[in-house]
Design a binder for this molecule. Sequence first.
Ligand code: HXC
Length: 258
Amino acid sequence: MAYETIIVEVEDHIAKVTLNRPDALNALNDQLMSELADAMAAAQADSKVRCIVLAGSEKAFAAGADIAMMKDKTYIEVFTEDLFGPETDAISRVRKPIIAAVSGYALGGGCELAMMCDFIIASETAKFGQPEVNLGVMAGIGGTQRLTHAVGKAKAMDMNLTGRFMDAAEAERSGLVSRVVSPKKLMEEVMAAAHKIAEKSMISTMAIKEAVNKSFEVPLRDGLLFERRVFHSLFATEDQKEGMEAFLEKRTAQFRDK
Ligand code: HXC
């Protein structure tokens, strides 16, 4: 598929997907969401890809769902087409790790898209928000759910009810982002993290993603049992033998995803 609203580059086992609607601050329209879902599925299917990076521009990761596209839609239309439901489900189904690189605005659907990734590394310029309340609506693809898991009820309610933005420092303090770096260092830091992940056994990294995500779905006892059983299952891999042997032989492990 030839893309018009995103740019995909695959190099050194990393698929870098860049949102590319600069005139609309990367606002998410049907075409962009469909291309993004397609690119994510392709990265999942590509055996060369071991980690995915999702980035925007320096000014905006994404300023939300495209308001011009949504304005005249009826309830019947958004319900019937399940606005952004299939695309966001497709992104959530990706089993390889995804890092979001956020610079500038990550608002509404943009903040929600960043939160669909496995972790967020932000530039000092990042601004997160769920300002849908200002448009007479509310968050629709994770802003009342994933944000609450990430930052707790008080801040999630504050952001969703008032529409105020959270800067990078507050986002890091609140657990929404894992690291904050200078704008110049953002892509370097994100790509270095992606390369670190790509060096590991992909069996481990995919299992880790599944286990951490399980913690949001099930009670602690079930999550702990799931984690322990998946941990046990990794002893069936050659990479477990290689990883432990390499440690004892004081050399770098050569993982082969076997
Ligand atoms: C469509 C958008 C847009 C959006 C910006 N633009 N955000 N177009 N949808 N969400 C367009 C502007 O219309 C403008 O186009 C151009 O991008 C530059 O934006 P400006 O507003 O001129 O820039 P600036 O003054 O720097 O302000 C930046 C901003 C502001 C603070 C980010 O653009 C803003 O508040 N945007 C809307 C944020 C928002 O409400 N997001 C939530 C959307 S609802 P022109 O043609 O005039 O140059 C949502 C629902 C998700 O996300 C759930 C879906 C299921």
